[in-house]
Each structure stands twice: as C-alpha cells, then as structure tokens.
Design a protein around this ligand. Structure first.
Ligand SMILES: Nc1ncnc2c1ncn2[C@@H]1O[C@H](COP(=O)(O)OP(=O)(O)OP(=O)(O)O)[C@@H](O)[C@H]1O
Length: 259
C-alpha cells in the first residue's frame, strides 16, 4: 500500500523547545494507523502539525505531493481532516446545522451533494439522525464525538485524523465509535488514530507507532506491537487502560461519557 500521508523527520517546537523530534510516519491508503503514547508524548502536536495548525520542520507529503506550505483550509480541500481532542462544536446550533457547516465552509457543490453527504453521515451514525434537531451543546460526550467525526466526514476526507476519540467515554460507546472507524476503512477512508487507549487502538489498526518524548520509540504491525513485551508492560498493562473506560483522572462515566 502506498502512503497517503508521509511525515519525514517532522519536528515541532513550542517556544523553542521541541515537543515532536524528528518523527517519520507513514499512513498508507486504506489502512488504520495508530499512534499510542503517554500524556505529553507529542501525539496531538504531531496531528496539529500535519493539519497545518502548528508550524513544523521536516517534510509532510500527502498523496505524493509536499503540503508543507499549505494552509489548514487547503489541506482540508486536498482531503485531510482532523477531529481534535476537544471536539469543538457550535453548541447553540442543532446537530444538523453543525454538520451542514462542515460542508459549506469549504465546498460549494450544491444541495444534492450536501444532502447525500448528510445521509451518509446519518447512515454511519444513526444516533445523529435521531438527534438532528437537538442543540449540540446538550449532547452527551459520546454523541459529541460522533458529531465531531460526522462534521469532518461532511468534507469527504481521504484521510481522517482522530485525536483521542475514546477520551472520557464509557466502554460501550468506545466500542461503537471504534466499530465506526473500522467501517470507515471499509468505505475507503484512511485513518490516522491517536490514542491513549492502546489496547483498543491496536486491536483495530493495521500498523502502529509508539511515541515517547516526541520520538518514535517503536513501530510495527499492530498485531506484533500487541505481543511486544515493552508495549504490553507500559501501555496494555492495567485495568482502566484496558477498556478505555476511565479518563486520566481515573473517573469513568456510567453511560456514554460527559453529561
Ligand atoms: N500550546 C503549547 N504550548 C507549550 N507547550 C505545549 C503546548 N501544547 C503542548 N505542549 C507541550 O508539548 C508536549 C506534547 O504535548 P501533546 O499535547 O502533543 O502530547 P500528547 O501526546 O497529545 O498528550 P495527551 O495525550 O496528554 O494529549 C507536552 O510536553 C506539552 O506540555
């Protein structure tokens, strides 16, 4: 499989200090690639640099062409979308308006195309269809994650980058979201998945990278990483991490996430 996104020796600094240090990573077409690592390892920083939100050194190639000099909007137009960890939405607008904004901010292809894109998102997330008139600010954590993903998908990305989609969500909803990620791969969307829930991420991904202190410390097929003693000890070890049912403070939710 040829690479859709290729990062070569990517470095990203905050106030002159590198948080990402010479990371090389490849996201092949039609694959799910996961990046696992502890808090502060540089995972979000790497995704933000790939999206063009943060300036970076090194090379970023998408579909064989350098995109280093492109803005966020231009990268989006090429087919890259990022669902950020914060799941930022327009809280005072209904679900459907949030989705519509995901399309019209960048593309003007007429009502029929927009309607078709909306129906595709609703097929993927039936919960969003049920709640299409509900204000985004009143959704549960899991529903917000679905809406953030749905909005990104309205732009028909070829590469969807997901930053901690399981964060703060209960096991049942994490499973649902990861099932949807797998179905996106089946629909031809390539996925770059950043996760602290290493077990769940490695289970659904084809290939994985371990990020430590801004560097890739290990990479390989996900099945091999799951068997790796260092990965098992550091990232697959203990109860709460196993199902992604607790957040970093050890506070799990009893339904599908934040109220
Ligand atoms: N805006 C910022 N200004 C200064 N330093 C930052 C900023 N954002 C992140 N950092 C630092 O960069 C490093 C990498 O952070 P980053 O958020 O990329 O890690 P992460 O692997 O995504 O962690 P987490 O899983 O906790 O989100 C950390 O040391 C963090 O404190």
């Amino acid at each position: 499989m040829s690479a859709l996104l290729q990062l070569e020796k990517l470095s990203v600094a905050y106030h002159g200090v590198d948080a990402v240090r010479g990371v090389s990573l490849s996201a092949p077409r039609g694959a799910i690639v996961s990046v696992i690592g502890a808090n502060g390892a540089g995972k979000s920083t790497m995704l933000n640099a790939a999206m063009g939100i943060l300036p970076a050194r090194g090379q970023i190639m998408f579909d064989g062409a350098p995109i280093h000099g492109l803005s966020v909007e231009e990268r989006f137009a090429r087919g890259i979308a990022l669902v950020a960890e914060k799941r930022e939405l327009f809280a005072t607008l209904p679900v459907e308006d949030n989705l519509a904004l995901g399309r019209f901010r960048f593309r003007r292809e007429g009502r029929a195309a927009a309607h078709a894109a909306l129906e595709e998102v609703y097929d993927l997330f039936p919960r969003l269809r049920e709640r299409r008139r509900q204000l985004a600010g009143t959704l549960s954590g899991g529903e917000r994650q679905m809406l953030a993903m749905g909005r990104a998908l309205m732009g028909k990305p070829r590469l969807l980058m997901l930053d901690e989609p399981s964060l703060g969500l209960a096991p049942l909803i994490v499973r649902e979201i990861f099932r949807i990620v797998v179905s996106l791969r089946e629909r031809g969307v390539s996925i770059l998945l950043v996760e602290q829930n290493a077990r769940a991420a490695l289970q659904i991904s084809d290939y994985g990278y371990v990020l430590e202190n801004g560097r890739v410390s290990l990479e390989g097929p996900s099945a091999a990483l799951q068997e790796d003693a260092r990965v098992a000890a550091t990232y697959l070890g203990f109860g709460a991490q196993e199902d992604g049912d607790e957040d970093e403070n050890g506070e799990g939710d009893d339904d599908d996430g934040e109220a």
